[in-house]
Design a protein around this ligand. Structure first.
Ligand SMILES: [Zn+2]
Length: 241
C-alpha cells in the first residue's frame, strides 16, 4: 500500500493520490502514474547529473594540470607560463551559445569532456576554429570563434569525435586513415575517412535541426574546404536531407 511518507517531495498529496470512495480514509491510490513516473525520472536524472558534477569538480585540478602539460608539449611552448592564459570549461558547464550542441549530443559521458579556450595568438591551426584531441577527451577552440555563435556547428563536430573515441577507442586511429567512401578516394584520407564521416554527419544533423537548409550547409562547408572535398560532403548531406 502506498505510504504518504514516501510521496515525492514537492507534490501535494492531492496530486499524488486520490481517496477511494468507501475505503478507510488512509487508503489511497495513485492518480496520475504517467506524470509521477515522468517527475521521478527527472528527479533521478538531476541526482545523476549532480553526482557527475561533484565527481568532475573533485577531479578538475589534476585534470587541468595534466592538460596544461599536454598543451605545453603539443604547442612546443618556450614560455610555459603562456598556458595559464587558456581557459578550461567542462562540456556540462558550457556557456549558452554552445549548450544546444551539448544538449543535442544527449550523452552524459561527454559531461567531463574538457574545452580549452585558446587565446587567438596561441592558436596554431590557422583559420580552422576548433580541433579535438579525442584520446585526451579534449577539445580546443580559438577564443574569438568560441565567443561567437558557432553557426557552423563545430562544437557538435568535436564532441562527436570525443564520443566516437569513447565508443571505440581501439579503432579510432585506424578509422582516421580508412576511407569512408572508396569511390571518392584521393591521395589523403581526409576528410573522406570513417571518423570524419561520423563527425560531419552529426554536425549536419545538428544544423538541420537548427533549421539550416541543404544549400545553406553546403554553402558554409564550401567556404572551409576545397572543391575536391565537396563530393564527400554532398554525399553526407544527401543522406540527411
Ligand atoms: Zn573532424
Amino acid at each position: 500500500m502506498p505510504n504518504l511518507s514516501e510521496q515525492p517531495k514537492g507534490l501535494e498529496s492531492s496530486d499524488y493520490y486520490r481517496r477511494i470512495p468507501g475505503s478507510r480514509p488512509k487508503r489511497l491510490k495513485p492518480l496520475a502514474d504517467a506524470k509521477i513516473h515522468h517527475e521521478e525520472q527527472i528527479s533521478l536524472q538531476k541526482d545523476k547529473e549532480k553526482a557527475i558534477r561533484i565527481k568532475l569538480e573533485l577531479a578538475r585540478p589534476e585534470r587541468v594540470a595534466a592538460i596544461k602539460e599536454h598543451l605545453i608539449e603539443y604547442w612546443e611552448l618556450k614560455d610555459k607560463s603562456q598556458v595559464e592564459r587558456v581557459h578550461f570549461i567542462e562540456a556540462f558547464n558550457l556557456p549558452l551559445q554552445h549548450r544546444k550542441s551539448y544538449g543535442f549530443m544527449n550523452d552524459d559521458r561527454l559531461a567531463g569532456t574538457m574545452i580549452a579556450v585558446v587565446p587567438d595568438d596561441l592558436w596554431i591551426k590557422g583559420s580552422q576554429p576548433s580541433e579535438s584531441s579525442a584520446e585526451n577527451d579534449l577539445i580546443m577552440f580559438k577564443e574569438s570563434y568560441f565567443r561567437g555563435n558557432d553557426n557552423i556547428g563545430w562544437m557538435t563536430h568535436e564532441l562527436t569525435h570525443c564520443l566516437r573515441y569513447k565508443n571505440a577507442a581501439k579503432d579510432y586511429n585506424q578509422d582516421l586513415s580508412t576511407f569512408a567512401f572508396d569511390d571518392l578516394k584521393s591521395d589523403f584520407a581526409y576528410p573522406n575517412n570513417k571518423v570524419e564521416k561520423t563527425a560531419f554527419s552529426r554536425q549536419f544533423e545538428y544544423l538541420k535541426g537548427q533549421g539550416k537548409t541543404r544549400e545553406e550547409i553546403l554553402g558554409m562547408i564550401s567556404k572551409e574546404y576545397s572543391e575536391n572535398d565537396l563530393p564527400f560532403f554532398k554525399r553526407l548531406i544527401d543522406r540527411i536531407f
